[in-house]
Design a protein around this ligand. Sequence first.
Ligand SMILES: Nc1ncnc2c1ncn2[C@@H]1O[C@H](COP(=O)(O)OP(=O)(O)OP(=O)(O)O)[C@@H](O)[C@H]1O
Ligand SMILES: [Mg+2]
Length: 219
Amino acid sequence: MDGTSPWIEEAVLHDGAEARTIAGIWFGTEAVMKIRRPKGYRHPSLDQSLTKRRLFAEARILVHLSNSELPIPSLLDFDEKNSTLVITKLSGVPLFNILRNSNDFDQISSLMYSCGNLIRKLHSLGVSHGDLTTHNLLCNNLNSIQIIDFGLGRLSPEIESLGQDLQVLSECLSASHPNHPNAMKFVLNGYSEGDEKGPIIDDVISRFQEIQGRVRYHG
Ligand SMILES: Nc1ncnc2c1ncn2[C@@H]1O[C@H](COP(=O)(O)OP(=O)(O)OP(=O)(O)O)[C@@H](O)[C@H]1O
Ligand SMILES: [Mg+2]
């Protein structure tokens, strides 16, 4: 980029089908730029509206949660014209890598409990995530969990979307991390315990169980 740009590109972190994620420096701060691009195989105008929807969803949720003290990135810039977001860079590595490389039962059970507890906080703040895989949960060197990638998230979600968050994580754990068969049990323990008030948490757990029954029944 030219000398007047506030952005210094350092490394491409991920080049996915819909977004390219680049690490760099934004006005002196370690940051991540997410550039959304249309998928190409969809109709151009549908493509554009889906791209925009995800871009706006992510920005809106990050702003909604910005005073919450949840371990999520802060929004530094939003550029609708170029379909880009700039967010602060978090220090963690994907939980995916840790689950693949560790057999430390105590470490993993405590990390999974923390994930559940964090998801509970997120849900209690009126946000569903929409894509809770172990690539969108990061873990830092203090064994603390962080959440990223809110492009499929919703504000004021229905109970179904909250139950689906648990279902997506459960499916990801059994498909990608079969070496940790009890991981979801610890997530649910963490999800069930906390100070947040209100009946919503019990409703979400019941809905999750109902979704699991549906999936088992329909295969
Ligand atoms: N704020 C951040 N701090 C550190 N690493 C990040 C951050 N945001 C993204 N990453 C890294 O880049 C990867 C891709 O980012 P992200 O999950 O946001 O995009 P994506 O999965 O391509 O997006 P989408 O699923 O919305 O199309 C992450 O798995 C993570 O490794
Ligand atoms: Mg992602």
